[in-house]
Design a protein around this ligand. Structure first.
Ligand code: GDP
Ligand code: MG
Length: 625
């Protein structure tokens, strides 16, 4: 049975070592602390809380003074020791924050509590919910874990901020309202029980009184002729556990350094010799209180263990799956880092490709550019204006110079066509740019959709930058090729087209073709008549239309070849070469994770370790077997 309290002691210490002391806010990690039963001391300032604790321990070790002395919870774990040969073992105290340092001098323990309080609460006189753990190993104690809390108070003193009153109340409440805490409600007998701070709060958090133990202190200080039998016999305020009265050392005893052992003896005498209380004397006093609490705590622990075990198991499952989503930490050597980086790049590349190849949106935007935007842009070109009669006349006349053309205005045709083809460069370049923007968007989108990358904002940014740089190079290539396709059209005209031209000038005879038509054509046209100019204009327009049809096909091929295919094939090639040359430190920087995520993983990992350890500890005790 002893081992059950020992088990909870170990679990509580592990909790504090790993930052689990309950009271965490939303999205917090599962807490083991809150499920562990413990005895919490509750009472108003100067009601005698510290004195009760000290007489349970049988030692004088808690800080004293006026004002709010206890400003952090003190978890006091009492371990009963026995030496091998049965002789009484050495007695010592140990703090969890200073392991392996054994205190045998209780004045030093008190000093350490004061220093450790200040260390966390700072130089001001604030309160903190982070507990101090003190273990006392002694043959004179019972196995018990007790928690001393700051006293409930009405006024701040000593320059303590006013807010301290509500802060303490909130902190104390957070401890006593947990269904697993056993409340040791301390009330002084020389004060009306109806005004007891301890009973007031205990009643709020434990209305049925099933986990509240009423302790009445200062019985020796009651006015002559009055007694506390109404309280002690449960008539004033009924609790499910019987009230226990105690007599602690008075301030004078403390000043005189009366030792705890003689104080206990005097307490026994007080009850046995008192005419009012002698019939209760076997159920009164600090020693009795300590034994009862220890027994009760064991019983509670035993009943809670199955619940604790199932809580631990489900918390372990939850944390493990959370850690899976957060991703495991990456090893520190360059090989593992490089491997991880390449894996992450591949994951990104996969998402990006599935945008282009279908499965995700994006690929169809490239096709739209080819299928709709390019033809529309070509259509919008101002060929009408370029081939107006006036402009045709001007260009043909300039090309002829002093010598009018004899058969057909060869030079005029060329100049008209060449200057029209220049206009096609605009749409060609626009397609290239448009596809570039689509691809850039897809990179951004793919970066966001690559869940694995979310952990690594630096790497994310570098991949995005490298991919965008690669796209820019593809765009430059593509632009060169697309404008070259346009320029090629200008460097060699399709002779065939002109050979096959129908006669249009003089004649509404579109059926007449071939040599006859050409001759007729040539002979039939007068220089610079409106008719002939109109014919020239419409011939050039037809030729340009044919070129546009060609380009509608060939520009998408060029763009797909230089931009889309390259993006699929070698988007991150430059990045791979670059990363390959970096050392472990630089790679580590790339794998710098989002700090909030890193700390969450760390915290979750620690909590997981704690829970696993707790599970093993509980299994090892083999409770109830
Ligand atoms: P806390 O503020 O609740 O921790 O109260 P303390 O334990 O520090 O006690 C406050 C004062 O009351 C101290 O001077 C104690 O000596 C005194 N005191 C506590 N309990 C008793 C008691 O049962 N009898 C007498 N005579 N004095 C007590
Ligand atoms: Mg105190």
């Amino acid at each position: 049975m002893d081992s059950l309290i020992g088990l909870v002691n170990r679990l509580q210490r592990a909790c504090t070592a790993l930052g689990d002391y309950g009271g965490e806010s939303a999205n917090a990690l599962p807490t083991l602390w809150e499920s562990l039963p413990s005895v919490v001391v509750l009472g108003g300032q100067s009601s005698g809380k510290s004195s009760v604790l000290e007489s349970i321990v049988g030692r004088d070790f808690l800080p004293r003074g006026s004002g709010i002395v206890t400003r952090r919870p003190l978890v006091l774990q009492l371990h009963k020791t026995e030496s091998e040969d049965g002789a009484s073992a050495q007695e010592y105290a140990e703090f969890m924050h200073a392991p392996r340092k054994r205190f045998t001098d209780y004045a030093a323990v008190r000093k350490e509590i004061e220093d450790e309080t200040a260390r966390v609460t700072g130089p001001g006189r604030n309160v903190s919910p982070v507990p101090i753990h003190l273990s006392i190993y002694s043959p004179n104690v019972v196995n018990l874990t007790l928690m001393d809390l700051p006293g409930l108070t009405k006024n701040a003193v000593d320059g303590q901020p006013e807010s301290i009153v509500t802060e303490i109340e909130a902190m104390v409440r957070s401890y006593v309202e947990k269904p697993n805490s056993i409340i040791l409600a301390i009330s002084p007998a020389n004060q009306d029980i109806a005004t007891s701070d301890a009973i007031k709060m205990a009643r709020e958090v434990d209305p049925t009184g099933e986990r509240t133990w009423g302790v009445l202190t200062k019985l020796d200080l009651m006015d002559k002729g009055t007694n506390a039998l109404d309280v002690l016999e449960g008539r004033s305020y009924r609790l499910q556990h019987p009230w226990i009265g105690v007599v602690n050392r008075s301030q004078q005893d403390i000043n005189k350094n009366t030792d705890m052992m003689s104080a206990r003896r005097r307490e026994r005498e007080f009850f046995s010799s008192s005419p009012e209380y002698s019939h209760l004397s076997s159920r009164m006093g600090s020693e009795y209180l300590a034994k009862q609490l220890s027994k009760y705590l064991e019983q509670v622990i035993k009943s809670r263990i199955p619940g604790i075990q199932s809580l631990i198991n489900s918390s372990i499952d939850n944390l493990e799956s959370e850690l899976d989503t957060l991703g495991r930490p990456i090893a520190g050597d360059a090989g593992a880092q490089l491997y991880s980086i390449l894996e992450l790049c591949r994951a990104f590349d996969h998402v990006f490709k599935s945008h282009l190849d279908g499965g995700r949106t994006g690929g169809e935007r490239v096709y739209q550019t080819f299928d709709q935007k390019l033809p529309a842009a070509l259509k919008r070109l101002p060929f009408d204006k370029h081939l107006s009669m006036q402009n045709v006349r001007k260009i043909v006349a300039e090309a002829d110079g002093y010598q009018p053309h004899l058969i057909a205005p060869e030079q005029g045709y060329r100049r008209l066509i060449e200057s029209a083809l220049v206009l096609l460069r605009g749409p060609a370049e626009a397609v290239v740019d448009e596809v570039h923007f689509v691809l850039r968007d897809l990179i951004r989108q793919s970066i966001n959709e690559t869940v694995e990358l979310k952990r690594f904002p630096t790497l994310q940014a570098e991949i995005a930058a490298a991919a965008t740089r690669a796209l820019e190079a593809f765009r430059d290539d593509s632009k060169k090729l697309a404008t070259r396709l346009v320029d090629m059209e200008a460097s060699y005209l399709t002779v065939e087209f002109f050979r096959n031209l129908p006669v249009q000038a003089a004649a509404p005879e579109p059926e007449v073709k071939g040599t006859t038509a050409r001759v007729k054509n040539a002979l039939g046209i007068d220089r610079y008549t409106d008719n002939s100019l109109r014919t020239i204009g419409s011939n050039v327009s037809a030729y340009i239309n044919m070129v546009c049809d060609n380009l509608k096909n060939s520009i998408p091929k060029a763009v797909a070849h230089c931009q889309v295919r390259e993006a699929k094939r070698s988007l991150l090639d430059g990045f791979y070469t670059n990363v390959g040359g970096r050392d472990s430190k630089e790679l580590g920087r790339l794998l710098d994770e989002d700090p909030t995520l890193m700390s969450r993983r760390k915290a979750a990992g620690q909590r997981l370790d704690l829970l696993k350890r707790a599970r093993d500890e509980i299994d090892a005790v083999g409770w109830g077997k």
